[in-house]
Structure formats: C-alpha cells, structure tokens
Design a protein around this ligand. Structure first.
Ligand code: ADP
Length: 176
C-alpha cells in the first residue's frame, strides 16, 4: 500500500460503540480534530456489547448531529476489523480516551492487537477531561432508563431522542 509521509493528510480514527455518544466522547473527538487534519468517528460492532440500545444507523445519525459544527470530522460505520478500515482509509492514528485505570488493561490489549494487525497504525491516548471522568454510555443508559436527568451527560440536541428511547413509560417504572 501507500506509505505515510508528512505530505499526506493526517487522518485519525476515534472508534467506539457510541451507544449513545456522550459529552465525554465529544470532548475527545474535538481534541483529536485539533491535532489531525481529519478525524473519522467510527461506529463499530463490539461483540461484547451486542445488545445496543440504539441501532447502528441511529448511532451514526446522532454522532453526525453533534459533530456537524466540526468541519474536519466525519462519521462512518464499519462492521469489520478496525485495522482493515484504517488501512483502507490511510489513517495513521487511533485516538482513544482514557478515563481510569479500569480502561487501561482493555485499551492496552486492543492497542497491541491493532499494532500487530497494522504496524503503521499508532494508538494515541488522550486523558479524559476530569469533568467527564465518570461518564460512559452505560451510565447514560442506566440513568435514563430510570427516568433520571441526563442533561449533564449528553448534548442538548440529543437529549429528547435519548430520553424517548430509554425512559420508562409513565406508570410502568420497573419497581411499580
Ligand atoms: P463507552 O466505554 O462509553 O461505551 P465506547 O466504547 O463508545 O464508550 O468508547 C469509545 C472511546 O471513547 C473509548 O476510547 C473510550 O475510552 C472513550 N470514552 C468514553 N467515554 C469517555 C469519557 N467520559 N472521557 C474520555 N473518553 C471516553
């Protein structure tokens, strides 16, 4: 394939399930967009998270809505191997957010695996913004499914759609 050199566009990928995309994700995406010529937010299939709350098409659409103002970001979906996608796109870097030590072991393993599959691809870890350290998509799903306030966790333009999907119907609260 074509080698990477400094004359080419530096393309980074922010991969994940984004089920749904949170303010923590968006912070990492914005910071990646400041570092690279182009950033691809890649919605992926994770076989340990098969029961997603949102379909791939919905996750893509939500990610597009909240990144519409960042000119060098685009959103894509891929159901295959991340290393293959990166090679196809000529991406040089995977950008991942690191929250706490609990993220480390898994991310370390993934980074080494991807390096084996595609040695030209680097994995870059950005430390979470401290205000999003606790935040994950599963926290959003959990809180929303009990009718809790998720406005601190997700972008305002997604709030209603996420609540509609996840909030308990009135009168059928799980413990009612
Ligand atoms: P989650 O772990 O929330 O289900 P994903 O699988 O969609 O998220 O993860 C995509 C990427 O976003 C991962 O690199 C993950 O570490 C990062 N990420 C998720 N939430 C945050 C956050 N609050 N701060 C920084 N990075 C985050």
């Amino acid at each position: 394939g074509k080698g990477l050199n400094h004359m080419e566009k530096r393309i980074a990928i922010c991969p994940g399930s984004f089920d749904p995309i949170t303010k923590g994700h968006l912070d990492i995406i914005r910071r990646a967009a400041n570092l690279f010529d182009e950033v691809i937010v890649l919605i992926m299939v994770n076989y340990t998270k098969t029961n997603t709350a949102f379909t791939a098409a919905e996750r893509v659409e939500m990610a597009r809505r909240v990144t519409a103002d960042i000119p060098n970001v685009r959103v894509d979906y891929y159901a295959g191997l991340l290393a293959d996608y990166a090679r196809q796109q000529g991406a040089c870097t995977l950008v991942k957010g690191l929250r706490a030590v609990t993220d480390f072991e898994y991310e370390f393993q993934m980074a080494l695996t991807n390096k084996k599959l595609y040695p030209n691809l680097e994995t870059l870890f950005l430390t979470t913004d401290i205000q999003y350290m606790y935040l994950s998509s599963s926290v959003v799903r959990q809180v929303a499914s009990f009718g809790g306030d998720i406005s601190e966790f997700v972008c305002p333009e997604l709030l209603e759609d996420i609540q509609k999907r996840l909030a308990p119907a009135p009168g059928v609260l799980p413990n009612a």
